[in-house]
Structure formats: C-alpha cells, structure tokens
Design a protein around this ligand. Structure first.
Ligand SMILES: Cc1ncc(COP(=O)(O)O)c(C=O)c1O
Length: 368
C-alpha cells in the first residue's frame, strides 16, 4: 500500500494498493481506455457487495444524483426534499436537474434529516425525498420510506458518504428507490473522481444507461448508433474502474478499520465533558466514513490540532447559509447550531493506535 507520506496525523488519506497499479497498467496496455469491461466488472462487484440488482458507474457522486433525478423525470416546476446539513452537491444536483431543493432541518442526535419535519415541507410540486447518510450514519429510512409511501414520492438516497455502511444486513443506498455513491478521494474507496447509482428497478436502470451514454441503449461504434432518448456523457472509464476494482479487493478491511477507529474514540472519549461523538451503531453494521463530534469550544480544539499538526475538518456550513440557498437561521436551528460546533476528527485508514492515542490524549488534556 502506498500514500503520500507526512508526519502529520491526517484527517483522511486515500490508500492505493498494488492491484490498482497492475490493473491500470493492463488497461493502458490494452489500448481500451473508455468505459468498458472493467467498468462492467466494477459495477458487478458493487452490486454484489450492496446486494442490489443494478449498479451504473458514472463520473461522480454529483452526476449520480443528477442522473437519478433525471431517471425519474424530476425537472422544472418540481421540488425535492433535501436536508439542510449536507455537502452542497446534494442541492446542486437538484438545481442541475431544473428543480428546486426544499430544505429540512436535521436531527440533533444524528445530523441526518429529521423525518418529523418533512411533511410540513411537502406540497403538490414535491416529487422526491433525498435523505443523506451524513458521515456514513444511516438516516431514519423506515420513517422516510413511510412518508414517501403515503405521499407517493420517490426516495433517492444520497449515500455518497456511506459506501458499505449497513443496518442489520441492509446497505445504505438500497432502502429507497435509487441510491447514489461517490468515489472521490476522501471516500472509503476512490477512483479519483467517480460515482455509482444503484437500483432494483429495471426501468430506472434502463433510463440510467441511456442517460449516461448519449441516450444509447446499447454501446455501438459511435457511428451509426441509435439514440432513442436524450442522454449525456457521464461514463466512468476502464482506467478509473481499474482503480475502483483494486480498492474493492480490501473493502472489508477498510470498513473494519473505520469501525475500529470509531470504537477507539468511543472508548477514549466517552464521558469527557465538552466533546460528544456522534454515535454509530457499528455492531449492527454501520460503518463511519469519518468520525464526527460535537465540541462545545470548537475553536480552541481546532487551534490545538493545528499547533500539533493534527488534521481535522470543520463541518459544512448548512445549505441555508450558502448564498444560492439563503434562508433565515431561525428556520434551521439545529443545523445552524451544529455547523458551529461539529468537526470531523482524524479518520484516515492509515491511523495507528499510537496516532489515535495521541489525538485522544490531546483532546482530554485540552478539554479537562
Ligand atoms: C453528501 C454528499 N453528497 C454528494 C457528494 C458529491 O460527490 P462527488 O464529489 O463525487 O461529486 C458528496 C461528496 O463528497 C457528499 O459528501
């Protein structure tokens, strides 16, 4: 395994194994660099891991969300329910499809969309609900699916941060009608940039295939092909899939490592006043993408991390505080409060027990 080395305790590092080198070399030698056989193999491996019928590889998580919306004909005049706490791509994908995101505040205990607040945001224009599994922690899918069923809405899971995270044997991204994943560099597996859309619906699958490849149902020569629908170019290349397939080889150890990092933080930091880990149910299969915490005095902790060469990431500003989605804080009290207090602790797959102990000792000495 290799990575860019430094003395810093990193917040996150992509980990590249030898198989990635071997497979990318094979692709380069083959001369077929486009979306091809390796892309198909990557899709099949992801579908098998998530126990879902269809997986369609695309260029990014944002593209995955956009194509999922297009596949169910979301467009101008439609509204989509989106949590206020998320990476901005969730809402941007809705806008890209021509629709309007309707923001909903989040649950303080999970930072995921609060199902109790969804119904008041529904109206005749609402087409879909897009829950986000923040940091890999599953949203309350039972309640969300009940609301969707009652109001005849489609659920598109933004599982960009939840690849391989499960709850009692069911993977994030497979509860709703469509699930979307990201393979950008700070995810459990990466293809540089890349994404995957998964579904059990044959019609949605067919639409996704057309949408990602210029409306073609079947790959032809690029010459006299038939294009029965409008589509675009969101193909994931063999080169990227080669990296993805290499990364998939040790997916179980990656997920186990993330769970064990969480368990160490939980053991070391539980009961410490001033910092509260957001909980993961790792024993039921939930896998953290990154370890998140609510910190009373975030600034003093981030200063201390900076002084000690320890990586971290502050939480996103809630969407309603970003210029394109601006709304008053009073409509989103939980998201507003959490964004000022939450951060991601070092969560890299390469962290050692020593690194974690150093981080926890520092937190304890600062806070107590
Ligand atoms: C919740 C969420 N949604 C969507 C995305 C977008 O994925 P990508 O960067 O692959 O386009 C991300 C990426 O980090 C994300 O965290």
């Amino acid at each position: 395994m290799s990575t860019i080395s430094s003395n810093k305790i990193e917040w996150w590092q992509p980990v590249i194994g030898t198989t990635e080198y071997e497979l990318t070399q094979d692709v380069l030698k083959s001369g077929f660099l486009n979306d091809g056989k390796l892309t198909e193999r990557f899709e099949q491996e992801v579908a098998a891991l998530l126990k879902v019928k269809y997986a369609v590889a695309v260029t990014s998580g944002t593209a995955a969300l956009y194509l999922a919306l297009k596949a169910i004909d979301v467009g101008p005049g439609d509204e989509v329910i989106v949590p206020d706490t998320t990476f901005i791509a969730t809402a941007n994908a809705v806008v890209m499809a021509g629709a309007t995101p309707r923001l909903v505040d989040v649950d303080r205990k999970t930072l995921n969309i609060d199902p109790k607040q969804i119904e008041s945001k529904l109206n005749a224009k609402t087409k879909a609900i897009m829950p986000v599994h923040v940091s890999g922690r599953l949203a309350d899918m039972k309640s969300i699916m009940n609301i969707a069923h009652e109001h005849k809405l489609t659920v598109i899971e933004d599982a960009a941060e939840a690849f391989g995270s499960e709850m009692a044997g069911q993977s994030a991204g497979t509860y709703g009608h469509i699930g979307c994943f990201s393979f950008s560099p700070n995810k459990t597996i990466t293809t540089g940039q890349g994404g995957m859309v998964v579904t059990n619906d044959a019609d949605v699958h067919q639409r996704l295939r057309q949408l990602k490849d210029q409306g073609r149902q079947y790959r032809g020569t690029g010459g006299d092909d038939l294009h029965p629908a409008i589509g675009y170019n969101f193909k994931l290349t063999n080169l990227q899939a080669a990296v993805g397939l290499g990364q998939m080889q040790d997916i179980q150890s990656r997920l186990s490592k993330l769970k064990s990092i969480y368990k160490t933080y939980e053991r070391e930091l539980s009961g410490i006043n001033g910092i509260t880990l957001l909980p993961f149910d790792v024993d039921s299969g939930e896998s953290p993408q990154w370890i998140d915490a609510y910190v009373e005095n975030r600034e003093s902790l981030t200063k201390c991390f900076e002084a000690n060469n320890i990586g971290f990431r502050r939480f996103w500003f809630p969407l309603h505080r970003q210029l394109p989605y601006q709304s008053p804080d009073s409509d989103f009290p939980i998201a507003s409060q959490c964004s000022e207090h939450c951060l991601w602790l070092p969560s890299s797959l390469l962290l050692t027990e020593d690194d974690l102990s150093q981080v926890c000792q520092l937190i304890k000495s600062l806070i107590s």
